[in-house]
Design a protein around this ligand. Structure first.
Ligand SMILES: Nc1ncnc2c1ncn2[C@@H]1O[C@H](COP(=O)(O)OP(=O)(O)OP(=O)(O)O)[C@@H](O)[C@H]1O
Ligand SMILES: [Mg+2]
Length: 296
């Protein structure tokens, strides 16, 4: 008995005869993106960062294509999108981390509290104290736990007396949710801690210089689910005091931690909106394709 579905068998017959099989018309990679056009709500009333017509190139390759967006005060915003779409490149513009890449050129208007981030007279060390960064892989210095956290306050001259420095170290470790685990081993070498502890230490180190913004580039991708949950709790706590920009490959994480989510695609900023809107009713077909797992 021939159990083959008649329509499938008809297609198979046509293929046998060399007939053309129709290509689906809605392949995400065929979607034309209009440069500089972002759907949703890229702008806010009270921005911490005002970023307009930002272009970033590595040599002759454009990695960021005419992106405009605001990042609000005390907002948590997630950057999501397929690998290579420019999330890290754009994030690094916010505290000029791209400066160290010789072939990298940043153009456009990038303002922090209405001051030009790329002004020729801008003190980059001071900028990075205001806009701290936590990386994908925990990168504590091969020093003691105490000295890791005290490092920034020391170089920025934030504490005159040992007791002031002790207080900054304790407060930073408390805010990073690490004090109870670290208080009896402040002189121990930081690289001997677990990955999750090291990442919280890196957060404490960033917090210690009283930043206004914390940039996080996939901060949990090297961590297990329990350590990840702790960092996510921290992000929720920290959002009361800081502006937080987080790059993540985990859509669940973006949904859990962020107020708004920005979807990047091939160097374009396709859509920005309140996080629940992005995940429940995306306006752009590329956003929808990505969040439904059709590519990425
Ligand atoms: N240092 C560099 N030199 C040259 N090209 C680079 C450099 N860093 C990034 N690029 C290029 O810029 C584009 C964007 O890369 P970027 O690292 O910003 O993407 P991403 O969205 O963070 O990706 P992933 O999710 O994989 O981390 C890519 O085409 C990448 O090859
Ligand atoms: Mg990246």
């Amino acid at each position: 008995m021939n159990t083959m579905n008649p329509s499938i068998s008809a297609k198979a017959d046509r293929r046998d005869q060399g007939a053309e099989i129709p290509v689906p018309q809605d392949k995400p990679e065929d979607t034309v993106i209009e440069e500089g056009k972002t759907v949703g709500k890229p702008f806010v009333n009270d921005p911490k960062f005002k970023l307009r017509n930002v272009n970033v190139s590595y040599g002759s390759d454009r990695a960021i294509k005419n992106i405009s967006i605001d990042i609000g005060k005390h907002e948590v915003i997630s950057f999501i999108g397929p690998s290579g779409c420019g999330k890290s490149t754009f994030l690094r513009c916010l505290n000029r981390m791209n400066d160290s890449i010789q072939i990298c050129r940043v153009e456009g208007q990038l303002m922090l509290d209405d001051e030009d981030i790329y002004h020729s007279k801008r003190d980059v060390v001071e900028l990075r104290a205001r806009v701290g960064m936590v990386f994908q892989k925990p990168n504590p210095f091969p020093k003691s736990i105490y000295d890791n956290v005290a490092y920034g306050p020391r170089i920025h001259g934030l504490a005159n007396r040992k007791s002031d420095l002790d207080e900054i170290v304790e407060n930073s470790l408390r805010k990073a949710g690490l004090w109870e685990e670290a208080k009896d081993r402040l002189d121990a070498i930081a690289t001997g801690m677990s990955g999750g502890q090291q990442q919280r230490l890196c957060i404490a180190r960033a917090i210690a210089v009283s930043p206004e913004v914390i940039l996080m580039d996939e901060p949990c991708s090297a961590l297990d689910p329990i350590a990840t949950a702790r960092i996510e709790e921290l992000i929720a706590d920290m959002s009361k005091s800081y502006t937080i920009v987080i790059v993540t490959h985990s859509m669940q994480q973006a949904a859990r931690v962020s107020d708004r989510t920005a979807y990047f695609h091939l160097g374009h900023l396709v859509e920005v909106n309140e996080t629940n809107k992005i995940f429940t009713s995306p306006q752009h077909e590329l956003t929808e394709s990505y969040i439904t797992g059709r590519f990425g």
